[in-house]
Design a binder for this molecule. Structure first.
Ligand code: FAD
Length: 306
C-alpha cells in the first residue's frame, strides 16, 4: 500500500506528490489527465516568479518535477469511489478501470471545471476572447469592452473587478434580477462603465475567425435578438468541483466542495484534500500548489502519529 496516495494530477496534486516523496515515503499519484486545468490554459502571467508561461508548458514542468522523485504516476485513471478505512485499516480508492489502490493516507485534488454556456462559438473562441477567470485574464482586455455572463456573486465581483481595467462591462443575467449580495449590487450600480442586461439569454459568441468580436443575446421578454460588440466574454455561471465520486464518503459543502480545515484535513481521519475541489477560497494555480504542499505535510504529520 501507499503511505500517501494523491488522486488528481493538477497543480495541487503535483505539489502534494513532490512534498510527500521528499519525505521518503511511498507515494502514488493517480489522475484522469495529468496537468489538469492548466492543460486548457494559454497564457499564465500570475504564477509568481514565472513572468509568463503557457499552460501545456507548465503542465510539463509539473510532471517533470514529480518524476524527479520516486513517485508511482498513474495517468488516465479516473477514480470512481473512495472506501474510507475501517478502524486502523487502509483507505481504498476504486477506479473506473476496475483497478483499486490502498493507502494509509489519501490526498484528494481532483479540481473543478467551469460551467459553460454551451452556445455556438464558445469552444471555438475559448482563450481567444472567451475567458473564465477575471484574475487571470482581466489584464488582457485593458481598455477594451467586455461582457460578463452571470449575475451571481462571482459574476458581479468579476464585473466590478473588470470595470477598473477594461473600457466597458456589459453584465448579462438570465434571470429578471441579479442574485449577488446587496452590497455588491450597490457597488456595481455606482460604476459609470457598467451596463446590466437582465432577462437575457446568451445565444452565440461572434468572432472573426481569430478572436471574439461580440455576442448575441435574446431578450427573454420580447424574444428579440440583440448583438453587442466586444473583445472579451467572461463566463461566470459556476465552478463545478469534481467531487461526484465522493458523494456519501467525504463531507461536501452544499456546492459540492470538499470541506477542509486549515491543514487540508477532511472529516475522515487520514483523508486530506487540496485545491479547486475544496472549500478553499479563490481558485488559482499558486493557491492550489500551496494547498497541495500543505495537505501533504499534514498527511505526513498524520502518518508519524500512527
Ligand atoms: P485541476 O487543475 O482541476 O486538476 C485536477 C486533476 O484531477 C486533473 O489531473 C484531473 O484530470 C484529475 N481528476 C478529476 N477528476 C478525477 C477523478 N475522478 N479521478 C482521477 N483524477 C481526476 N489559474 C491561475 O492561477 N492563473 C491563470 O492564468 C489561470 N488561467 C486559467 C484558464 C483557464 C481556461 C482555466 C480553466 C483555469 C485557469 N486557472 C488559472 C485556474 C487554475 O487552472 C486552477 O485553479 C488550478 O488548475 C487548480 O488546480 P487543482 O490541482 O486544484 O485542480
Amino acid at each position: 500500500p501507499f503511505d500517501v496516495l494523491v488522486v488528481g494530477g493538477g497543480p495541487a496534486g503535483a505539489a502534494a506528490a513532490v512534498y510527500a516523496a521528499r519525505k521518503g515515503i511511498r507515494t502514488g499519484v493517480a489522475a484522469e489527465r495529468f496537468g489538469g486545468q492548466v492543460l486548457d490554459t494559454l497564457a499564465i502571467e500570475n504564477f509568481i516568479s514565472v513572468q509568463e508561461t503557457e499552460g501545456p508548458k507548465l503542465a510539463r514542468a509539473l510532471e517533470e518535477h514529480v518524476k524527479q522523485y520516486e513517485v508511482d504516476l498513474m495517468n488516465l485513471q479516473r477514480a470512481a469511489k473512495l472506501v474510507p478505512a475501517a478502524e486502523g485499516g487502509l483507505h481504498e480508492v476504486q477506479f473506473e478501470s476496475g483497478a483499486s489502490l490502498k493507502a494509509k493516507t489519501v490526498i484528494i485534488s481532483t479540481g473543478a471545471r467551469w460551467r459553460e454556456m454551451n452556445v455556438p462559438g464558445e469552444q471555438e473562441y475559448r482563450g481567444k476572447g472567451v475567458a473564465y477567470c477575471p484574475h487571470c485574464d482581466g489584464p488582457l482586455f485593458k481598455g477594451k469592452p467586455v461582457a460578463v455572463i452571470g449575475g451571481g456573486n462571482s459574476g458581479v465581483e468579476a464585473a466590478i473587478d473588470l470595470a477598473g481595467i477594461v473600457s466597458h462591462v456589459t453584465l448579462i443575467e438570465f434571470d429578471d434580477k441579479l442574485r449577488a449580495d446587496a452590497v455588491l449590487q450597490t457597488k456595481l450600480a455606482s460604476l459609470p462603465n457598467v451596463t446590466v442586461i437582465k432577462s437575457a439569454l446568451t445565444t452565440e459568441v461572434k468572432g472573426n475567425g481569430q478572436k471574439v468580436t461580440g455576442l448575441v443575446y435574446q431578450d427573454r421578454i420580447s424574444g428579440e435578438h440583440h448583438e453587442v460588440t466586444l473583445d472579451g466574454i467572461f463566463v461566470q455561471i459556476g465552478l463545478l468541483p469534481n467531487s461526484d465520486w465522493l458523494k456519501g464518503s467525504v463531507e461536501l459543502s452544499p456546492r459540492g466542495e470538499i470541506i477542509t480545515d486549515s491543514r487540508g484535513a477532511t472529516n475522515i481521519p487520514g483523508v486530506f484534500a487540496a485545491g479547486d475541489v475544496t472549500t478553499v477560497p479563490y481558485k488559482q494555480i499558486v493557491i492550489a500548489i500551496g494547498e497541495g504542499a500543505k495537505a501533504s505535510l499534514a498527511a505526513f504529520d498524520h502518518l508519524i502519529r500512527q
